[in-house]
Design a protein around this ligand. Structure first.
Ligand code: D54
Ligand code: ZN
Length: 279
């Protein structure tokens, strides 16, 4: 598990491109037949990518979380960003088509992920895990792709028409901290989260997917008065600390998983910034 300690906004102006990418961009989460994990100390979020191509993979524990099993003190929201697959939690199998979401509550012991009938890397399941500490156990719950609460946002005329699906949230699947969903850009729309916002109460991560291999998202981060950008490829994640804006524009349409943890779970507890006020 890679360890990344938390950073403060005063650090950002002194960072060059390589350091910004090292701290806030997560690449290589999805490696065939491997479990790849990053511990970001922002709100103690752990990101894990599991890519079961030829073998099933277990989400086991890591020395860095000092737990007997991964979910001893944690919960997670999981989105399948690859082909069809299954997650088996203590003997109960859940089928996840592309874009489906599984919440796993504290206390789950044996968590095994597999592809359904994959014949190679291209159609293998790719499970993206966003985990945070949990104080109690909520039931493990599956939400099929598109079955959460939908919000239609933006306008094609400003290239930000998108459908936001809320899966784990206050009025949906219950959790201690994790709030999670998937936002899909409509064809021809390129901007997410515009106008942009921060939420000083929560850390958020975006995992961009369904982006063509040669396309990129220019992801904007930093305090609204001091922004920087990251050039992000398919199935790469960004860490947005509580003080950072998070918004992006693609060179092609894409979909992304957003997930948060922190002080509260109030989706609308955010501070918006008109782009004219950003620097
Ligand atoms: O705090 C909420 C998150 O940034 C996302 O839900 C925003 C988003 O998906 C969008 O506007 O497209
Ligand atoms: Zn946000």
């Amino acid at each position: 598990m890679e360890q990344r300690y938390a950073t403060s906004p005063e650090h950002v102006p002194g960072m060059d491109t390589a350091e910004l990418r090292k701290r806030y961009l997560v690449q290589d989460l999805f490696v065939d037949d491997e479990v790849k994990a990053v511990y970001t100390h922002h709100d103690r979020v752990v990101l894990v990518g599991l890519s079961p191509v030829t073998v099933a993979l277990e989400l086991g524990t890591f020395p860095e979380i000092a737990s007997e099993y991964f979910f001893e003190h944690r919960e997670a929201g999981i989105i399948n960003v690859g082909g069809a697959g299954t997650i088996t939690v203590d003997g109960t199998e859940y089928a996840l088509a592309t874009g489906s979401c599984l919440y796993i509550g504290r206390g789950a012991r044996a968590v095994v992920m597999a592809s359904s009938g994959a014949t190679g890397g291209a159609d293998a399941a790719r499970f993206y895990v966003f985990s945070a500490p949990a104080h109690t156990a909520y039931p493990t719950t599956l939400v099929a792709a598109g079955e959460g609460i939908k919000r239609e946002l933006g306008d094609p005329l400003t290239s930000n028409r998108r459908t936001l699906n809320q899966y784990i949230h206050e009025n949906g699947v219950k959790s201690c901290q994790v709030v999670m969903g998937v936002t899909q850009l409509h064809p021809g729309s390129m901007w997410n989260t515009m106008p942009a916002h921060t939420h000083d109460r929560r850390t958020e991560c975006y995992l961009y997917f369904d982006l063509p291999a040669d396309a990129r998202v220019i992801h904007i981060m930093g305090e609204p008065s001091e922004t920087r950008h990251l050039v992000v490829g398919n199935r790469e994640a960004i860490v947005s600390p509580s003080w950072s804006v998070h918004s992006g524009v693609g060179s092609a349409s894409y979909t992304f998983v957003w997930a948060m943890a922190g002080e509260n779970q109030a989706f609308d507890d955010m501070d918006g910034f008109p782009i004219a006020d950003m620097r």
